[in-house]
Design a protein around this ligand. Structure first.
Ligand code: UD1
Length: 366
């Protein structure tokens, strides 16, 4: 019997869970891959972490490094120190990291220096805004990765422009969309609309957690003003990230009744909320992609996006933090002035299979 290919996969923060899930399923299906999951513990609350393992049927992590919160330097360094110890014992054939969070770059750096090949899933995305911590993480992770799996054409173009060897780059589609397509039927059974007394299409979903939007009093207050204006005409449902909840209290923002604040919610309830919404307002990266597949008009409360395909196919509009523009675009959606977006290439539910097959083909020692 051949020894299984040992892939060590990292999860740290909430957006990683829905990306790792289909990769774990695809590895299990092959039968010749040992898919080890290491949780760094960057996110640790039940609603920010455990719930996703249950709902997405992700196997229990083999290890949890229990890193927790801290400044960027503290968090990144802590992951590196703890992960180095782990990987020296577990000796995988390859490290797989997803996305752009601090755990992604921290583990990639450790493996790279131990000469363990690094695979980056969701490579090549660029906002060209180095003030975003995620942009720094993306550029650095791609620089030291040996195989780069890309979700959209812009990723290929960006990596080419940065001089990355074409042979390392694979255009495979979007693992987060694999999870969405697989979970949609289950999510449709969610009772969340009934629980919140919401009517299909007659509300918007709001998420907001980027430090540049919520940590800056002036920006957050301006955005909040625009959201309150929109909330005069439409109910907004707002599952609140812990960082954002702290800022709402600190800045003393008043919450109107038509903005319904919720604790962070699970994947299935959130998918139901998104798919039944009339519009989505967000500063998240992944939610722009989910909105695109669900065909729900999305306004992105940022000046840039690292996911330009969501704009190209006609789902997403950048509105920055300009209250007038946010209001104008939101009201256009309410008036029904939107078209059904196209589906980006390869966002077909099979990205994870392509990734695992490509890794196995490249690295399996026979
Ligand atoms: C991280 C990612 C971001 C991602 C986001 C999704 C980086 C640089 N950023 O940002 O890309 O979009 O996750 O949520 O990695 N906290 C809790 N409970 C938790 C986790 C965090 O209360 O389970 C609070 C803590 O006060 C913590 C703060 O949230 O200090 C920020 O958490 P952190 O992981 O540092 O960054 P996020 O803003 O969540």
């Amino acid at each position: 019997m051949k020894k299984p290919l040992h892939i060590c996969a990292i999860v740290g923060a909430r957006p990683n869970f829905m990306k790792i899930a289909p990769l774990a399923w695809a590895a299990e299906k092959r039968g010749d891959v040992f898919f080890e999951i290491v949780h760094t513990g960057q996110h640790y609350d039940k609603n920010m972490s455990d719930l996703f393992f249950d709902e997405l049927e992700i196997p229990e992590p083999h290890a949890n490094l229990g890193v927790g919160s801290g400044s960027h330097a503290v968090q990144t360094a802590e992951v590196m120190v703890r992960f180095e110890k782990h990987i020296q014992d577990s000796k995988p054939d390859v490290l797989l990291v997803v996305g752009d969070v601090n755990s992604t770059i921290a583990c990639a750096m450790v493996a790279s220096k131990l000469h363990i090949p690094v695979v980056h899933v969701e490579a090549g995305l660029r906002s060209f805004d180095r003030r975003m911590p995620e942009e720094v993480n993306r550029v650095l992770t791609d620089c030291i990765s040996d195989m780069l799996f890309v979700t959209e054409q812009s990723g290929i173009d960006n990596l080419k422009a940065e001089g990355v060897d074409d042979a390392k780059v694979h255009f495979v589609g979007n693992v987060m969309i694999d999870t969405l397509l697989r979970s949609k039927a289950k999510a449709d059974k969610s009772e969340i609309l009934r629980g919140l007394d919401l009517e299909e299409k007659f509300y918007g979903v709001l998420t907001l957690h980027r430090p540049s939007n919520v940590d800056d009093r002036q920006n957050f207050t301006a955005i909040w003003g625009a959201l309150c204006r929109i909330a005069e005409d439409a109910t907004l449902v707002f599952p609140v990230h812990p960082r954002t909840r702290a800022r709402i209290a600190e800045f003393g923002l008043t919450v109107p009744d038509s903005i319904k604040l919720l604790e962070p919610i699970g994947y299935l309830d959130f998918l139901k909320l998104q798919s039944s919404a009339g519009m989505i307002l967000t500063d998240s990266g992944g939610i722009q992609e989910e909105a695109t597949i669900l065909g729900v008009p999305c306004l992105t409360l940022r000046e840039n996006t690292e996911r330009p395909v969501t704009i190209a196919v006609g789902c997403n509009t950048l509105v920055g933090v300009d209250p007038e523009l946010i209001k104008e675009k939101a009201l256009a959606i309410v008036r029904g002035e939107t078209e059904k977006p196209d589906v980006p290439q390869y966002w077909d539910g099979r990205a994870a299979e392509r990734i695992i097959d490509t890794i196995a083909q490249a690295l399996r020692k026979d």
